[in-house]
Design a protein around this ligand. Structure first.
Ligand SMILES: NC(=O)c1ccc[n+]([C@@H]2O[C@H](COP(=O)([O-])OP(=O)(O)OC[C@H]3O[C@@H](n4cnc5c(N)ncnc54)[C@H](O)[C@@H]3O)[C@@H](O)[C@H]2O)c1
Length: 267
């Protein structure tokens, strides 16, 4: 039976991917900051009848010792890790850079960029030892150089992450290792993330951003079937698994006048 480890998986995309892997008979290792939230996530996963096991490990991706403990606990239980996903991520307050507290800049870069770099390093060492494995990171706004007011710190981190994983894939190729490094591009997901910044502080989205999210956004459970299916069948190093293609985005805009959605209605 195969095993997947996902960071930041007590909710959102991470939890939905864990559910999909479980449906595909994987052992799933979920991890996040708080034990309590992980146990809630675990009981959601237990509702899915499947053969694989579920292991929860608290892990702050800004701490190398936590990431190492996550890996060691997972390998201790399951013997090896087939897929490692650097998913944990935080958003920034939607204000220009000079209004973002330095503490928040540091925390965001530590989680979104450095957490994924150190996580990948730890995963690489284990996968070299076991002779196989896949490592993924999650792209986001800025990965393709796009820019907008209020996303300079997040965009810089995601741009850096994309570069880092492409560079890692190149190193893997040059060393002729049996490891696949890739990028998951989920588009826009309706999760806690889009209205909360570092430290889970809520902010109001501008109306024009809401309009775009209503057209292009999806709940993560819609996206994960596609992402997980592609990861399971992937044999290629350096792959980019992209949900919101330009074609899909253009189609959504063209059909938006008779396909109205509103993810922001207050109950
Ligand atoms: N929501 C979107 O529109 C969107 C779009 C593109 C990419 N992404 C990326 O997808 C990933 C998941 O986002 P989401 O939308 O599910 O967000 P989310 O806020 O729902 O989930 C993020 C999870 O990461 C955890 N986390 C935060 N800091 C952590 C840390 N230091 N250590 C461990 N876990 C930590 C949180 O507790 C939370 O469970 C992120 O990398 C995000 O950048 C999101």
């Amino acid at each position: 039976m195969k095993t997947v480890v996902i960071t930041g998986s007590a909710r959102g995309l991470g939890l939905e991917m864990a559910k999909e892997f479980r449906k595909n008979e994987f052992n799933v290792v979920i991890s996040d900051l708080q034990e309590e939230k992980l146990l809630e996530a675990k009981s959601e996963l237990e509702k899915i009848e499947a053969k694989g096991e579920i292991l929860e490990v608290t892990c702050d991706v800004t701490k190398e010792e936590d990431l190492q403990r996550l890996m060691d606990t997972a390998v201790g239980k399951f013997g090896c890790i087939d897929i490692w996903i650097n998913n944990a991520g935080v958003n920034q307050p939607m204000v220009p850079i000079w209004e973002v507290e330095t503490e928040k800049i540091n925390r965001l870069v530590d989680i979104d960029l450095k957490g994924a770099m150190i996580g990948s390093k730890i995963a690489m060492k284990q996968m070299i030892k076991q002779g196989h494995g896949q490592i993924y990171g999650i792209e986001g706004y800025g990965s393709n150089d796009a820019m907008m007011l209020g996303l300079s710190v997040y965009g810089t981190s995601k741009r850096g992450l994309t570069y880092f994983l492409k560079a890692l894939a190149k190193e893997v190729e040059e060393k002729k290792l049996n490891i696949q490094v890739g990028l998951l591009s989920p588009g826009i997901m309706i999760t806690n993330f889009i209205t909360h910044s570092v430290g889970d502080e809520e902010f109001e989205l501008p109306e024009k951003t809401k309009k775009v999210y209503n057209i292009l956004g999806d709940y993560p459970n819609v996206i994960t079937k596609f992402l997980v299916g592609k990861m399971i069948e992937n044999k290629k190093n350096g792959v980019r698994i992209n949900w919101l293609t330009n074609r899909k985005a253009a189609f959504r805009f063209m059909t938006s006048s008779f396909n109205k959605r509103n993810f922001f209605l207050k109950a």
